[in-house]
Design a protein around this ligand. Structure first.
Ligand code: ATP
Length: 299
């Protein structure tokens, strides 16, 4: 079996009394998009900086592609793309000069691919980086991370400042990376983008990983409003007994409810003795689930 793309074992980092990272055990498979979510100060950047060997852990170990992140850090650098949270670029260089600088460090790059990425992100590489808005500067940072087609992409809050259209393109780029069997590690404190691209999410709070879950499974747990439209009148009792159903409101042929159970059970009950003509459900909103995790730290 292939080595995990990223693996940590009891990875811990203390800054004096601050426990920025505590006994982190994580294993991320090649081809996965993993979302790393947590509120400000949760330890996301600390985790990333530790596995990149930019800071040393207080204890524990980590591997990228089976290589020890400290002992084999030089070898690892050849396989990763990194977007730091605090992207610092030379303001007097143009975007293209900046990318040339990174390309030279890495022994060359496919410029056709760079131009393709720039086109997709609508990045202007002819301007001086210092004259760009923060979102446009961020695009240069993204291109530098993607351009060598790294096996593992590690990104710390990469979409900050990107407008919605560019964010969507960026999400497509991440999916393509994963489809090629490469891996994306995406740290974020906004759920909405993680929810759209990630296969799994880890939630970190006060340095402790409190949950790791598949996005599909989270989605199935989300509370949503369901509206059912029937040919004839129905009674609320048909629905009230179904696990996960709450706040049933019946208005003649139309029923609405809050629901966080199994959709199949609801549909079975709805169609058993009545003629269901239409169904509407809002998009699963995971925000509430995450806020609960953030607040309580419950598993
Ligand atoms: P954000 O979403 O705000 O970027 P984060 O999840 O990336 O937050 P970290 O930057 O990893 O969080 O910080 C985790 C904890 O470690 C915080 O309490 C922070 O104050 C502390 N910390 C981080 N770097 C240092 C440092 N160099 N010295 C002392 N404390 C630090």
């Amino acid at each position: 079996m292939a080595d995990p793309a990223i693996k940590t074992e009891k990875l811990t980092k203390h800054y004096g009394d601050v426990k920025a990272l505590v006994d982190l055990d994580l294993s991320i498979e090649p081809g996965e998009i993993f979302g790393f979510l947590g509120p400000n100060g949760a330890g996301k950047t600390t985790m990333i900086r530790t596995i990149l060997d930019l800071i040393r852990p207080s204890s524990g170990r980590a591997w990228i592609l089976g290589l020890d992140t400290h002992e084999q850090s030089v070898e690892i650098r050849r396989h990763i793309g990194y977007v730091p949270g605090d992207l610092a670029l030379y303001p007097s260089l143009t975007g293209r000069d900046t990318l040339t600088y990174f390309a030279n460090l890495r022994g060359g790059v496919d410029w056709d691919y760079v131009d393709e990425l720039a086109g997709r992100l609508d990045a202007d590489l002819s301007k001086k980086v210092g004259d760009l808005s923060s979102g446009n500067r961020q695009k240069v940072g993204l291109i530098q991370a993607f351009m060598n087609r790294p096996r593992v992409l590690i990104m710390d809050e990469p979409s900050s400042g990107l407008d919605p259209l560019v964010q969507r393109e960026f999400q497509a780029m991440m999916r393509e990376v994963a489809a090629e069997g490469r891996t994306v590690f995406l740290s974020s404190h906004t759920l909405s983008e993680v929810q759209r691209v990630a296969d799994r999410v880890g939630i970190i709070r006060h340095g402790v990983l409190i949950a790791v879950e598949g996005v599909a499974s989270l989605r199935s747990k989300a509370i949503r409003t369901v509206s059912l439209f029937f040919e004839g009148p129905v009674e609320s009792s048909v629905f009230e007994a179904i696990p996960g159903v709450r706040d049933v409101v019946v208005e003649d042929h139309h029923v609405t409810m809050s629901f966080d159970g199994q959709m199949e059970m609801l549909l079975k009950a709805a169609t058993e003795r009545h003629h269901l003509v239409d169904i509407a459900t809002d998009e699963a909103d995971l925000e509430e689930i995450f806020l609960t995790y953030y607040r309580d730290g419950a598993g």
